[in-house]
Design a protein around this ligand. Structure first.
Ligand SMILES: *[C@@H]1O[C@H](CO)[C@@H](O)[C@H](O)[C@H]1NC(C)=O
Length: 234
């Protein structure tokens, strides 16, 4: 069973926890989704040491990068205890905000996914994930969170602007842009990939997210579509 399939069932529980504990955090820290593997590791085991190493490496790296991945032990041998991890900050965050977000996510993961073999957490400003399977560089278009706002008139100008913004976000000009932002009138949109994907995989993931925003949210005033390795919102 993969991590992604478990996320959904955990969601109501997690939302409740984070709304209760952190009612007044800045937008960057706002909880979007999280999930943990049901399998647990043994406290004090080499695996636990490697999980802690990964989370520490991610937090330290986020002071200087908006994306990075790590393997512990670094040799990446096929050991039972190997842990893989990555973080991705939203592309418009400063280094300081990225580091704060990843630190927050890593610490929340430690509590939320206590002794879980794998865990993932998406805050508004950053995504952090670790697991014992190699998810690094693997495209994954599983829908994790889909939220659609109230419907507006299909003849509305806003809808035309929405389609224009999504078209802009989904257009590939051949350059590698993990973060895209665009707006038209009152409609703002943004899209973000996880930096371990190749440019063509990123484009493919984003096309899927944007296509689903249009088909699933139809004429909604706003929409959020989080796939496992990319998201698009307007
Ligand atoms: C991940 O951990 C689980 C539980 O210990 C184990 O069954 C599985 O084989 C591990 N996967 C890898 C790739 O090591």
């Amino acid at each position: 069973m993969t991590l992604a399939t478990r996320k959904v069932s955990f969601l109501p529980f997690l939302l409740l926890i984070f709304c209760t504990i952190n009612p007044s955090n800045s937008a960057t820290d706002t909880f979007v989704y999280g999930g943990c593997s049901q399998l647990k590791f043994i406290s004090g085991s080499p695996y636990e040491y490697n999980v802690n190493t990964i989370l520490t490496s991610l937090v330290n790296s986020a002071m200087f990068n908006s994306y990075n991945s790590f393997t512990a032990p670094a040799s990446g041998s096929d050991s039972q205890d190997t842990v893989y991890g990555l973080f991705q900050c939203r592309g418009d965050l400063s280094n300081g905000d990225c580091a704060r977000c990843v630190a927050k996510a890593a610490s929340q993961l430690g509590t939320l996914c206590l002794e879980s073999i794998g865990g993932g957490l998406q805050l508004e400003g950053c995504f952090v994930k670790y697991d014992n399977t190699t998810f690094l560089g693997v495209e994954d278009k599983t829908v994790v969170v889909r939220r659609c706002g109230p419907l507006i008139s299909t003849s509305s100008d806003s809808l035309a602007r929405r389609d224009a913004v999504l078209g802009y976000l989904g257009a590939s000009d051949g350059t590698y842009k993990p973060f895209r932002i665009g707006g038209s009138g009152d409609v703002q949109g943004l899209a973000q990939f996880v930096g371990d994907l190749s440019p063509s995989e990123c484009q493919d993931c984003l096309s899927e997210a944007i296509g689903r925003l249009k088909t699933d949210c139809t004429a909604a005033k706003w929409g959020d579509m989080y796939l496992a390795k990319c998201y698009a919102r307007y």
